[in-house]
Design a binder for this molecule. Structure first.
Ligand code: ADP
Ligand code: FDM
Ligand code: MG
Length: 214
């Protein structure tokens, strides 16, 4: 039996990641599994949740960065096991959010290379979508958690672009990263674009059995 595909939906806040990840999982046939990062239900996830929700919770920037990464390592084995069962896994945020949000803080020493180090060895997605939307900051719910300020989001966008266009340039050229500007597009229209890119990828790569790693 062929292994499942690891598909990632990335992007800035309120660009429609969670909406699209949920719809994609529903539309995939092989009991696909949705994994959202941070996974807030684990012990490390609870700490992360508290850090994001309570502005008075202080953690060193290095410490919270490593916790976000550890949170991915907590779930890594079960993701691989699910893929080996032949089920697809759709992730809502992953390594790229981890690097972009931390690097955007511009803490001395915490550059992209430093931030990427603890992610080395995690499974690399087969296909990554990066959603952008120039109106996303106007959407409801924006501004409730740490990082949800317009100034910081601009810095995060810059870090994402640096990562995708330089650091991950090989994947970018190989079309394993799909940029999707969703400005002015309905939820259904975006879902159709995501769905057809996934279908095309699966058709072309149905025989790929080996895993890729960061
Ligand atoms: P994210 O997970 O990227 O933060 P969400 O999927 O939670 O974003 O979407 C943020 C808000 O925008 C939600 O209220 C959602 O219903 C709405 N939304 C998502 N996609 C679209 C779209 N294409 N057009 C209009 N509203 C959208
Ligand atoms: N975030 C998310 C990080 O800073 N690092 C990470 O590794 C991950 C996965 O947490 F502000 C940030 C990005 C965002 C917040 O928000 C999680 P959502 O709404 O649950 O995606
Ligand atoms: Mg979300």
């Amino acid at each position: 039996m062929a292994r499942g595909k690891l598909i990632l939906i990335e992007g800035l806040d309120r660009t429609g990641k969670s909406t699209q990840a949920a719809k994609l999982v529903e539309s995939l046939s092989n009991q696909a599994r949705l994994v959202k990062f941070p996974e807030r239900s684990t012990p490390i996830g609870k700490l992360i949740n508290q850090y994001l929700k309570e502005s008075e919770t202080h953690l060193a920037d290095q410490a919270i960065h490593l916790l976000f990464s550890a949170n991915r390592w907590e779930v890594a084995e079960t993701i691989k096991a699910t893929l080996l069962e032949g089920r697809d896994v759709v992730m809502d945020r992953y390594v790229y959010s981890g690097i972009a949000y931390s690097a955007a803080k511009a803490v001395p020493g915490m550059d992209v290379q430093w931030c990427a180090q603890p992610e080395k060895g995690l499974l690399k997605p087969d296909l990554t979508f990066f959603l952008t939307n120039s109106e996303s900051e106007l959407r409801k719910g924006f501004g409730d958690e740490r990082y949800e300020s317009s100034g910081f989001q601009t810095k995060v966008r810059h870090e994402f672009e640096t990562i995708f266009k330089n650091y991950e340039s090989q994947d970018y050229k190989n079309n394993h990263i799909v940029f999707l500007d969703t400005t002015g597009k309905s939820i259904e229209q975006v879902h159709t674009s995501v769905g057809s890119a996934v279908e095309e990828y699966i058709q072309k790569n149905s025989d790929v059995e080996e895993f890729m790693y960061f």
